[in-house]
Design a protein around this ligand. Structure first.
Ligand SMILES: [Zn+2]
Length: 201
């Protein structure tokens, strides 16, 4: 698995870092039909951005945008507090073609998006398995998606990823089970560093 390391150096979560001890991994999806994470990255990589994530998963790339132990601003807060204080947040990029009515995907073509979904899902399984191993986390209880964090009281009211996964007959339980399976394999990780300025000029 290759990880492209492209830190959002202008985002305040990078420039004024707050260290966290990672206890949870939060899976998000963008909530917009945008398979190219660079578009979102460029919006977040500013001094005024109020959001940030630790990484993006595309069909063919895994991109790390903050050091894993820097606090990010990805899950908001709920009645009991915020998982931003203890969690890595990763965004799945969604394919082109659909729109949204509130949090419901409209004109989402399941069959033509099947191959795309399988790729981002499998990339996420690999990354979450690597992180679970490295950080000694238990996928069964330490991996959650944004809507689960909301239900637990530690995040804002968003529907991701369960507005999308069931379209492809997946749930967070299948995801956690697949991560557990993947953890039994040896995961070779290669980190490739790219500077943001190089890519955006
Ligand atoms: Zn989210």
């Amino acid at each position: 698995m290759d990880i492209i390391q492209k830190y959002m150096t202008r985002n305040r979560c990078y420039s004024s870092p707050v260290p966290i001890t990672v206890k949870k991994l939060v899976l998000h999806s963008l909530g917009v039909a945008q398979p190219d994470s660079d578009i979102i990255y460029n919006k977040m990589n500013t001094n005024s951005s109020k959001v940030s994530v630790h990484g993006f998963i595309e069909a063919d790339r895994i991109i790390q945008t903050l050091p894993w132990n820097y606090k990010g601003w990805h899950v908001g807060s709920g009645k009991k507090g915020s998982y931003n204080n203890c969690a890595i947040g990763i965004e799945l990029c969604e394919p082109k073609g659909h729109t949204y009515n509130s949090s419901t995907m409209v004109n989402y073509n399941v069959s033509s998006n099947k191959a795309y979904f399988t790729k981002v899902y499998n990339n996420a399984v690999q990354l979450f398995a690597m992180l679970s191993k490295e950080l000694e986390l238990d996928p069964s209880k330490d991996i959650v998606c944004h809507c689960e964090v909301y239900s637990l009281g530690y995040g804002s009211n968003h529907a991701d990823v369960m507005h999308w996964f069931p379209r492809h007959k997946k749930t967070m339980d299948t995801f956690r089970a697949d991560v557990r399976k993947e953890m039994k394999n040896t995961i070779n990780t290669v980190v490739k560093k790219i500077s943001a300025s190089k890519e955006t000029t």
